[in-house]
Design a protein around this ligand. Structure first.
Ligand code: PLP
Length: 383
């Protein structure tokens, strides 16, 4: 371990998660594996090959840079890449050249795409994103006429791969009315497409939560992020699902483990303060261990005097302030801890476990946020 910690990705569990996702799909529905934000912190370079090995042939990313990374990693020439968010002008040109698909939600971008496609004598593979109620990106229904016209006038330069929208929170029943309205609107707009002689190859709207809570939203393709990594989009979605089952075991498995090692062990006398400042006073003689993880490595400062890690199979407390590159744990209760011992930050050791959600709970963050904050420069390894 050259760096100070390592993230392990469990291949078998990843395959099991995909198997579960597939078991929920209607026949013929394609999966797009969402690998934006470094595959939710798991590592694009690790996840894309695993995904392809499991038969996935479509990836969704947020920006051109991520698309380029997937493009260089993918092995299957038939694997498609779709950019759902930001593309710069050179990015648009690159995407058309390489046959990379992308969302279009601005008329100016549609025109820019056309200009480039003409120059390159190519068809741009576009997904028209439509506004159905999230009120983020997407063409308003009233602006679609000129979109249709430009596409129909330039059939040689556009390939309408898809028509897409995104739900405003399908992981919570609180949004039920809004979400249902979005589906209705989406279907209405689809009819408009057809009326204007535009047949998108894939209609897609569903994310992980929608796949579970609104199975009818699967359409032709689903964009699955969080569930492939073994997490439910919300506790509510998990409970809603499991309540209807006789088998109550969670079908999704966390695939990520984050580990480090003990760097130093020492004794501290009662009455001494530990780490910077005076936030932690030793009220008895203590044995402390220092580990080479701090807030710059993704262990939030808000976990000072609060977070937990596992060492010697036991959950132990973080004491004092989390530093930039180090933190201190209380190992007084353990019989022997020495430099080099394995420390688990997320994952299992012996019978103790820290899930991402407990890590998130400690810091009041969503799974999504905690995962994507895991720094890119931590080495990832598939096991
Ligand atoms: C991130 C994202 C998804 C995937 O969402 P999950 O909840 O992780 O499955 C799907 N669609 C869009 C547009 C997204 O941005």
């Amino acid at each position: 371990m050259e760096g100070t910690s390592i993230i392990e990705i469990n291949k078998l569990k990843y395959f099991e998660n995909l198997q579960f996702i597939r078991s929920k799909l209607h026949k013929g529905v394609r999966i797009s594996s969402v690998v934006k934000s470094n595959a939710y912190g798991h590592g694009i370079e690790q996840i894309v090959p695993l995904s392809e090995e499991a038969g996935i042939d479509h990836f969704s990313v947020f920006c051109g840079r991520e698309a380029k990374l997937v493009y260089t990693i993918k092995r299957n020439p038939d694997t498609d890449i779709m950019v759902m968010g930001w593309l710069s002008s050179p990015g648009i040109k690159w995407a058309i050249e390489k046959g990379v698909e992308f969302f279009v939600f601005e008329y100016s971008v549609l025109k820019e795409t056309l200009k480039n496609a003409k120059k390159l004598k190519k068809k741009a593979k576009i997904h028209i994103e439509v506004e159905t109620g999230l009120n983020r990106t997407g063409f308003d229904i009233n602006d679609l006429n000129k979109v249709f016209k430009l596409i129909n006038d330039n059939k040689n330069n556009f390939l309408v791969k898809g028509m897409a929208t995104h739900y405003s929170g399908s992981e919570s029943i609180a949004n039920h009315v809004r979400v249902r309205r979005q589906t209705k609107k989406f279907n209405k707009i689809y009819q408009l497409f057809l009326k204007n002689n535009i047949q998108p190859e894939y209609r897609h709207i569903a994310c992980s939560a929608a796949l579970i809570n609104y199975p009818e939203s699967q359409m032709d393709m689903v964009r699955i992020g969080i569930m492939q990594y073994g997490f439910w989009p919300s506790i509510e979605t998990f409970i809603g699902y499991i309540q209807q089952r006789t088998d109550k075991t969670d079908p999704l498995k966390r695939i990520l483990t984050w580990k480090t090692k003990v760097m130093s062990v020492k004794k501290v006398k009662m009455g001494e303060f530990i780490s910077y400042g005076s936030s932690y006073l030793a009220q008895e003689n203590k044995t402390i261990a220092v580990i080479p993880i701090g807030y710059s490595q993704g262990f939030g400062r808000n976990l000072s005097n609060f977070g937990k890690v596992i060492v010697g199979g036991e959950l132990v407390k973080v004491i004092g302030l989390v530093n930039m590159n180090m933190l201190i744990i209380d190992v007084t209760s353990l019989s022997s801890v020495k430099r080099g011992d394995e420390v688990v930050l997320i994952g299992k050791q012996g019978i103790s476990e820290i899930s991402v959600s407990s890590f998130s709970d400690m810091s009041d963050m969503l799974n999504y946020e905690s995962l994507t904050r895991l720094p890119k420069n931590i080495k990832r390894k598939v096991v």
